[in-house]
Design a protein around this ligand. Structure first.
Ligand SMILES: *Cc1c(COP(=O)(O)O)cnc(C)c1O
Length: 476
């Protein structure tokens, strides 16, 4: 199947098209100073102001329609203004918007906890709520540390006296709060903050695209499992947990792990008596074609972190879910002070919980997850022509989580000089053409809402194809 910009203009677009001026200013206009945006150079920031959205489309204040190619930062599942989602949030608004979950609860939040236990792998059961993915990871870190502290109090003969460190993978990304940054290994995000973070035991980057010399696809899983086992052998006595993103390391550039590695790490964690924390903030809620990425390899981590897609991208919420053996270690008399010393003001917020329950209802009623493999396949077919472009090194991902890596030299897999901002230029061009996408360096990220139709996926692929062709037309 071929993919090309069709003769008829895409019916989704209402013009005039957007034009982004490149680096035209060095000081933002006064009116743009109030709102300081994350990961954004405010001096040359070209603001795109969204007035409304529907389905997979965003409409700017000046009337342009943009396809939401990154699902509003990897969150949106059932589309914007989904009537069922809107209705559920409105109905909750008529009951109560916020109460604390320290010492009380809302019925909708309790209901959500039970539903999350049902859809997460294995016997994951006890849900701790927070408001963003970073906080879900922070909670998991502290939970693991306190777990070992409590366990070793009750079995003083245990050899593992101070399990207070973590093993994290290279180029890991687990969020931007300080503990999450400590685990992270992406140069620009993390190096600067080295003075205020803890140091994890650093594992390899299990990257299927750039394998070490002498390692083939067939031996890659063994190779990385062996690397991780060596670290566990050496450090298990001090390790509280291994923390990792399953299958795909999103922010690292959609790095895909060799198949089978997740299951191997599960076995190693058991063998070396270390908890396994899996960060499904990006991969959870259908994104990879299963409800959770762990489901692909039948893995049940001890603790699983979720965020982004949990409310289908409607309201801020995140959760950390633990298995009974973790939860039960915290049980005791009040005077024993075993309770989990952690909690967030807005954790379990009822409005967000109503959105999350409505999203799970939609997953069940529309069987959305079962459609993802076919959509993913279709998107890959649409992208097949651009995969042969001399500057496209790799098209990879899982489900509707796709990265297109642009390289200077396809055979040697050499990256472009990052100062050339190739990825950013491609995304800006795609935006002008009607698809809003954001790069990770020179990896073009495609993360459409899971409800995107084949026609919309084709539009996304065509637009990105054209943007890559134009920007890389006469590049040296
Ligand atoms: C986005 C992300 C986070 C952080 O979530 P926030 O809601 O931005 O704090 C953590 N882990 C992974 C894998 C992510 O993709």
């Amino acid at each position: 199947m071929t993919s090309r910009i069709t003769d008829k203009p895409p019916q989704f677009l209402s013009n005039p098209p957007l034009t982004l001026e490149k680096n035209s200013v060095s000081v933002p206009p006064e009116s743009q100073n109030f709102h300081w945006h994350g990961f954004t150079q405010m001096a040359d920031f070209q603001n795109i102001v969204i007035e409304r959205a529907e389905g997979c489309w965003l409409t700017t204040t000046s009337g342009q329609r943009l396809f939401d190619g990154v699902a509003s930062l990897w969150c949106n599942v059932h589309g914007h203004r989904n009537p069922k989602m809107d209705e559920a949030i409105r109905a909750q608004l008529d009951r109560v918007s916020h109460i604390t979950t320290l010492g009380m609860s809302a019925d909708i939040t309790d209901q959500l906890a039970e539903r999350l236990a049902e859809v997460t792998p294995g016997d994951l059961k006890h849900v701790f709520f927070s408001s963003d993915g970073s906080s879900a990871v922070e909670a998991a870190l502290k939970m693991a540390l306190q777990y070992w502290h409590l366990k070793n109090q009750t079995t003083p003969s245990s050899t593992s006296t101070a399990k207070t460190r973590y093993l994290a993978l290279s180029s890991a990304y687990h969020g931007d709060t300080t503990g999450a940054v400590s685990l992270g290994g992406i140069k620009y995000f993390h190096q600067l903050f080295a003075p205020i973070v803890f140091t994890p035991v650093r594992g390899p980057l299990p990257c299927s695209y750039r394998l070490p010399d002498g390692i083939r696809d067939a031996t890659a899983c063994d190779y990385y499992a062996h690397e991780i086992e060596s670290l566990l052998k050496q450090h298990h006595a001090e390790l509280a947990a291994v923390v990792m993103e399953p299958l795909v390391q999103g922010a690292a550039g959609m790095i895909t792990h060799p198949a089978g590695l997740l299951a191997r790490i599960r076995e190693l964690c058991d063998q070396y008596n270390v908890l396994m924390i899996v960060d499904e903030v990006a991969t959870g809620f259908g994104r990879t074609g299963r409800m959770f990425a762990c489901d692909h390899e039948g893995v049940t981590p001890d603790i699983l972190c979720m965020g982004k897609g949990i409310t289908a991208g409607y309201l801020p919420m995140a959760a950390t879910i633990a298995r009974p053996h973790v939860f039960e270690a915290f049980l005791g008399k009040s005077s024993e002070r075993k309770q989990f010393y952690h909690g967030h003001t807005f954790g379990g917020n009822p409005l967000a919980a109503a959105a999350a329950v409505a999203s799970l209802d939609l997953f069940r009623d529309t069987q959305l997850t079962e459609t993802i493999d076919a959509k993913s396949q279709f998107l890959r077919e649409c992208l097949a022509p651009i995969a042969d472009h001399p500057h496209v090194g790799d098209v990879r991902g899982r489900g509707l989580m796709v990265g297109i890596e642009l390289v200077a030299d396809r055979n040697r897999k050499t990256p472009f000089d990052s100062d050339r901002l190739i990825g950013r230029n491609v995304c800006e061009r795609a935006t002008e053409l009607g698809a809003w996408i954001r790069p990770l360096g020179d990896v073009i990220v495609l993360m459409p809402p899971l409800v995107a139709s084949n026609e919309e996926l084709r539009f996304l692929a065509d637009t990105v194809t054209r943007a890559i062709e134009e920007v890389l037309a006469d590049i040296d």
